[in-house]
Design a protein around this ligand. Sequence first.
Ligand code: P71
Length: 499
Amino acid sequence: MESRLPRQNVQSPHCSVEMTGNHFHTTQPRERRVTHTMGQQLGRRSWAEPWKIKVVEPLYRIGAADRKRALETAGYNTFLLRSDEVYIDLLTDSGTSAMSDRQWAGMMLGDEAYAGSRNFYRLEDAVRTYYGYPHLVPTHQGRGAEHLLSKTAIKPGQVVPGNMYFTTTRAHQELAGAEFVDVIVDEAHDPDDRTPFKGNVDLIKLERLVHDVGADRIAYLSLAATVNMAGGQPVSMANVRELRALCSRHGIRIFLDATRAVENAFFIQEREPGYETRSLRDILFEFCSYTDGAWMSAKKDSLVNIGGWVAVRDEELFEELRSLVVLYEGLHTYGGLAGRDMEAMAIGIEESVQDDHIRSRIGQVRYLGDLLSGWGIPMVNPVGGHAIFLNARCFYPHLAQDQFPAQTLAAELYLDSGIRSMERGIVSAGRDPDTGDHHRPALELTRLTIPRRVYTQAHMDVVAESVKAVYDARANSRGLVMVHEPRLLRFFQARFAPR
Ligand code: P71
């Protein structure tokens, strides 16, 4: 599949910045003449980020012995490292974006009134304009929105079908008394299947579920675009359109996890016939038009460090959400946020739907993916929007899944270079509430998540070389045992020891 990046976003020819002093890489002889840019090596014109840097934050890397001690203290769990112990932080793209000068300026326009802040109305307007939902309830972040929607839209004993689980989403659905049923297409569970829309819902699986349990027992269809745990894989417009028809036939609502829906729109523009010349903005709006409402972690697509919302079309449901938000988050015009946070979010929404922004964002993820693929490193393909998902099973075929291959890989990467990644395998999947046994997901992945507008191509090169070093040493890894297991969302605070 050909990327359109090179043709549409070509680096300006007058740029003559000289790169100097990468003191971590002294293995190449200094006199060697560089004759090809990275773009040329990859057979395309080079392109550059559509921004320049105004403020910098220094990075440090602690030594190998200190990293070993830090990892032991953290119980081999990258969530428990202190960020000062981390060099390049690829734990998550959540709340880790760099805000623009416009967003920072917007922070000064915060109206910190308890009720009716002007920034709330700006946010409401942005959500109506770009996502199309008339009724907005702000929340402190995505899981606040998941909580409110799960409590209002689920009756205990109901079933929630969805295109693969997400950790916090499923936890809230289960806490509200529902059973989550995975109805994603089979291809999503196969890291090597290169189908373009691996996030799609399997209509036959959904239809069969409706038939088996009855439409009344289905609380709603939980549709995520893109699908995080499948590797950031997109849902096609055709799929959501067909889902709308199927769900309307049975009177079932569709709620969208819009956390990375702008990235989903990029893949539709790139891959779906008929959408090549449509703007991201248009595509996003049409996609949302097939759904009854959405919840959002604005910490991803919308380029803010904190914030979220839930928005719906139905007035009655809105009324219920508005009553609950005052109990759990704050008044319905701030939902746990400061006025300035809502302003930054409103501006972030506008910036997030710019075509050149998304091309550069996903282009950077692909750049890392292309390097790793070229070296034969096993990972989820096609590369998704927000991260590279390394296939830990293939790194460590000698480890059983309950020796935690993906957790092991995250630990090895940190030891090698100070890069922080995240386990997305058996530890994240948790236990089946009925049987008490581990969920054993087909995908055992370690995620290298790329924050938006934060790191450069040189950082990606350093990451790629570390992954290669760990891959080359893969036969030496022995796996981990879990020595402490929290009851809820165990991956955040679980502790491990070497086997
Ligand atoms: C990510 C996160 C943040 C996270 C969450 C749980 C474990 C580890 C890291 C958060 C999402 C998400 C989707 C699709 C809802 C949330 C919750 N993702 N839906 O990927 O990806 O939003 O974090 O704002 O509460 O690192 P929230």
